[in-house]
Ligand binder design. Structure first.
Ligand SMILES: Cc1cc2nc3c(=O)[nH]c(=O)nc-3n(C[C@H](O)[C@H](O)[C@H](O)COP(=O)(O)OP(=O)(O)OC[C@H]3O[C@@H](n4cnc5c(N)ncnc54)[C@H](O)[C@@H]3O)c2cc1C
Length: 436
């Protein structure tokens, strides 16, 4: 017989990734009784850290873009979540243009020095930044950025698309909707901290959210896969695990559309999720290496423009991720749909190795541990063409909320998870303050 875990005036959160953890922590801190249910033995979802031979490999997320405007920063201020920010050093970021490397134009001084643009186009690029910041440039609904930027000189268009490749982790930056592109860069160009890393890695953020949930009376249930929901007309009344049934006043689902389709399969609402399940995810090849010694290099970030591969020296920013004196680097190759379908991951791995050879000669002899993933999902729904992100609430479902990097919010990647989760907790707080 199933045991019924009845909790009063409370919230059940399904999924313990960044979206689930952050919404659960905020609501627990605000006095709700929270149960967080995660199917894996560890919390964190795609933000977990994998320890291997003394190295801590981040499975997924490594950087935060525009941290001063980020929701994680808002959690820091509002909830007292402590994050050890490690801001990226613009002086150590370069583009590899095949026959030479040149500074990435991440500051005005570096825009002046870079060879990716000639003098005339540097002025034009600067002017375009001002137009983006002042919303003079907003794009057009229905027009992809690749087409929208055709009015620009080739060098400027190319640089904008190169930037978008890095920030959207995309091999098809041309396909990004132009309004989304300008909305994103308006925010990013106005930041003082375009890229930051986290001391102690993402595991430290996961651990702090977990601690906050527990300290505020919340309960965390691991190794429990939610298999179905029970509906009372328009309202989710319970979710079912293997042995237990969880009831609550509100439910937040922080699990991807494919999991939602199966959860709601026996209800009249499964069609709500099918559209989002059809959209394609953004997937990349990841190749991280842990070395026993540091290889001296002028770069902490190098982007091979032709191959659309970047390498970040994670251990330069987060010294806790290696044994003493070691080095941990992350390489990512962006993939498009066709490459994924043709299973070109293996080929990409050889190319990544050649980029390591070029910029970090001798790495093979110093290798202690490596982690390769031929198909890592960076974002569950990629923001290209007419693919739409899922709403955080549906009109036909009462007291059910949704968050994750497949949901509507600000930014991209983990910022979508955090911002959709923040919006969901705001709605619950507002609603309960109004006595519903
Ligand atoms: C290689 C790589 C690099 C990345 N780099 C960056 C970066 O530099 N910057 C950045 O901002 N982001 C980056 N990301 C993206 C970032 O990791 C994700 O956006 C974020 O971690 C997603 O969190 P989430 O909570 O939305 O989803 P998830 O992490 O997918 O969480 C969903 C959780 O739900 C659980 N679950 C699923 N089904 C059930 C069920 N039925 N019952 C119970 N639990 C269930 C899963 O186990 C999982 O823990 C990267 C990702 C990858 C893979």
């Amino acid at each position: 017989m199933r045991s019924v875990l009845k909790v009063s005036e409370n919230v059940v959160v399904v999924g313990g990734g960044l979206a689930g953890l952050s919404s659960a922590a905020r609501l627990a801190k605000k006095g709700f009784r929270v149960q967080l249910i995660e199917k894996a033995p560890k919390l964190g979802g795609r933000a977990i850290t994998i320890p291997l031979k003394g190295f801590n490999f981040n499975f997924g997320a490594h950087a935060i873009y525009g941290r001063d405007h980020s929701v994680l920063r808002r959690y820091e201020n509002e909830l007292g979540l402590s994050v050890e920010w490690k801001d990226f050093s613009p002086k150590k970021a370069f583009y590899d243009l095949g026959s030479f490397t040149t500074p990435m134009p991440s500051t005005l001084e570096r825009l002046f020095r870079t060879k990716i643009l000639d003098a005339e186009n540097k002025l034009r690029f600067g002017y375009e930044i001002i137009k983006t910041l002042t919303s003079l440039e907003r794009g057009e609904e229905g027009v992809r950025i690749g087409d929208y930027l055709k009015k620009e000189p080739d060098q400027v268009r190319d640089l904008f698309l190169t930037l978008a490749s890095s920030n959207f982790f995309s091999n098809e930056p041309e396909e990004i909707p132009s309004p989304l592109f300008f909305q994103y860069y308006k925010r990013l160009f106005s930041t003082h901290t375009p890229v930051s890393y986290i001391g102690g890695g993402w595991q430290s953020v996961v651990n702090r959210f977990e601690k906050m949930i527990k300290e505020n009376g919340g309960e965390i249930i691991n190794k429990e896969k939610i298999r179905k929901v029970e509906m009372d007309e328009r309202r989710v009344s319970a979710v079912y695990g293997k042995e237990s049934v969880y009831t609550a006043d509100r439910f937040i689902f922080c699990i991807p559309p494919k999991a939602l389709v199966s959860l709601f399969a026996d209800t009249p609402y499964h069609h709500l999720f099918e559209e989002y399940n059809r959209y394609s995810p953004n997937q990349v090849v990841v190749y991280d290496v842990g070395l026993k010694e540091r290889i001296p290099s002028p770069y902490t970030y190098i982007y091979h423009k032709g191959e659309r591969i970047f390498i970040t020296d994670i251990s330069y920013y987060d010294t806790t991720c290696t044994p003493e004196g070691g080095q941990l680097m992350q390489a990512i190759a962006y993939m498009n749909e066709e490459e994924m379908e043709q299973d070109r991951g293996k080929e990409k791995i050889a190319t990544i190795e050649s980029v390591y050879d070029k910029h970090y000669p001798g790495w093979r002899d110093l290798l202690v541990a490596k982690r390769i993933s031929k198909k890592a999902t960076v974002q569950e729904i990629k923001c290209v063409e007419d693919q739409r992100l899922m709403p955080v609430q549906f009109y036909s479902l009462d007291h059910a909320y949704f968050a994750g990097d497949w949901c509507q919010g600000e930014g991209q990647l983990s910022e979508l998870s955090f911002s959709s989760a923040y919006e969901v907790s705001r709605r619950i707080l507002d609603d309960s303050n109004q006595g519903h």
